[in-house]
Design a protein around this ligand. Structure first.
Ligand code: GDG
Length: 494
């Protein structure tokens, strides 16, 4: 059973105004579909529109169970606590997180609703895999309701350092919620390490390697003053005698690499890539950025670096152009509206200062595209710019690599992405270092074909071997090794 913020389908309106469901196959669905089919699995999530949830239904071999959110809960839980509190906090407070008590209350309420649906739907001894920061309380709540199930949780975004996490007024509840799981997956080892530290600091729990010892008998909060240390020592001794171990470790997510490569090899997509280059005026170098329009993605840093490169005359039209696709995202959240304004003012300024009629240095597209069209852009690009200030993994970087089957192209990659732990052969940059970023953009744009090939080959090996199926299998294998203690009572479901 999977519990995720969203169902793997989108609600649309049919020709006669009736509700229709269209599959929205992201990487997660692609990876889990075969597993879910084989296990007759259920997927629990929000269908994406406020109001009464539809009855459970089947789609693509999966049983889909909807969790309903009211208009107010969409505002307080989803846009509020998830996207206005946790998202900025977990991304190193790039934007200031807002701490509002009604948002937290909605988060608890919605997490409980998910947990109750899981508890009702899960078969005896089922494996429940909970996803992401929107559902951090679900593991603990499910464990209270159903001691017989195996519970995993995977965090798709970073887990912040303790000094940042500590700002959260509800940090203890979050840690306890997550510790209801048997296995906690994170993108990077540093995320798992940050979480383990949060367990020691907020709950006074003992950790050993990747394991946290969680006492059976519940646990009190350590006193905040210096008495806390003695308290912790005593607690560690007590906990070692009883309790269960929760493992926190890195399982870097990936993409359906073969599927992306196949799209890239299709004649239609190749023709489209050619057409894109022609429409751009056949420049020698096409630079490309593709991101959700999000302040974590470092779009402004990238634009400013490129603006300075133009000013210095090191690259520019007609020989080099930048295409920036920024797909619309979270448009009802104030900080996202503000970011959009800033990006668009910057693009306008740079095009105004350095463009000519028919020759703008930046082609900016605030639209969403089908996957095939994105892959055509990947194929059309000589240099891919992935410059987040903080990013759990960044799948765009992996998709670019998977699509470059002829081993050409250069990837510029921020060290603050999870992908940087794997794609060592990328041009690694610090997006805050504008001079370094500028030099690297110029270097990547003028790299020798031999060096580009050597780098791309190494990255492709990694992305093709460690695809999303590998990720799901590795995680689920690790989860299946957790010993589950069935309660002595006959059937916990009743
Ligand atoms: C979170 C974490 C982590 C983008 N625009 C369009 C479109 N996309 C697709 C891309 C890619 C995906 O969306 C974006 O994935 P990212 O990894 O870059 O970023 P987040 O959305 O922030 O995802 C992240 C991820 O979860 C998985 O764990 O890597 O760190 O933040 O696949 O191709 N797809 C289509 N049209 C668009 O316009 N079809």
């Amino acid at each position: 059973m999977v519990a995720a913020s969203r169902l793997p389908v989108d609600q649309t309106e049919g020709p006669d105004g009736e509700t229709e469901w269209r599959a929205s196959p992201g990487g997660l669905v692609t990876a889990l579909e075969p597993v879910m089919r084989a296990a007759e699995g259920a997927w629990i999530g929000w269908p994406g529109a406020a109001g009464e949830p539809p009855e459970p239904f089947d789609s693509n071999g999966m049983h889909l169970v909807s969790v309903g959110l009211s208009e107010e809960e969409v505002a307080d839980y989803y846009e509020g606590f998830c996207n206005g509190t946790l998202w900025p906090l977990y991304h190193d407070v790039i934007a200031p997180p807002e701490f509002r008590r009604p948002w937290w209350e909605a988060y608890v309420r919605v997490n409980r609703r998910y947990a109750e649906v899981v508890a009702t739907e899960a078969a005896r001894g089922a494996t429940v895999w909970v996803h992401d920061y929107q559902l951090q309380l679900v593991p603990g709540m499910v464990r209270e309701l159903r001691a017989d199930v195996r519970i995993g949780h995977f965090t798709h975004i970073p887990f912040p350092g303790y000094e940042i996490f500590a700002q959260l007024p509800w940090r203890r509840q979050i840690v306890r919620g997550l510790l209801g799981a048997d296995l906690l997956g994170f993108q990077r080892q540093s995320d798992a390490t940050n979480f383990l530290r949060a367990c020691r600091r907020t709950a006074g729990l003992a950790t050993r390697g990747s394991l946290v010892r969680v006492p059976d008998a519940g646990y009190d909060d350590p006193p905040a003053d210096s008495a806390g240390r003695g308290f912790r020592r005593q607690r560690v001794a007590e906990d070692l005698a009883s309790g269960r171990d929760v493992r926190a470790a890195a399982f870097p997510i990936s993409i359906d690499s073969a599927a992306i490569e196949e799209i890239a090899k299709s004649p239609e997509v190749q023709a489209r890539a050619q057409q894109i280059r022609e429409a751009l005026g056949k420049p020698e170098t096409v630079l490309l950025g593709i991101d959700r329009l999000d302040y974590t993605k470092g779009i402004l840093h990238r634009l400013n670096a490129y603006g300075e490169i133009l000013e210095e005359g090191r690259l520019g039209p007609p020989a080099a152009v930048l295409v920036q696709i920024a797909s619309p995202s979270r448009e009802r959240v104030e900080s996202y509206r503000h970011l959009r304004d800033e990006v668009e003012v910057t693009v306008g300024r740079i095009n105004g200062d350095y463009g000519e009629v028919g020759n703008p240095p930046i082609h900016y597209l605030h639209q969403s595209y089908p996957k095939d069209e994105l892959v055509a852009y990947y194929l059309a690009a000589d240099v891919m710019l992935v410059t987040p200030l903080r990013d759990g993994m960044n799948l765009v970087a992996k998709e670019y690599v998977a699509s470059r089957y002829d081993e050409t192209g250069a990837l510029i990659l921020s060290e603050f992405t999870g992908a940087a732990d794997e794609l060592h052969a990328a041009f690694i940059i610090n997006p805050h270092d504008i001079d370094g970023l500028k030099d690297t953009i110029v270097r990547a744009a003028t790299v020798s074909p031999a060096e580009a090939r050597r780098r791309m080959r190494s990255m492709r090996r990694r992305v093709l071997e460690h695809d999303v199926a590998y990720w799901a299998k590795t995680y689920l294998d690790a989860l299946s090794k957790v010993p589950v203690r069935y309660p002595p009572a006959a059937d916990p479901v009743g």
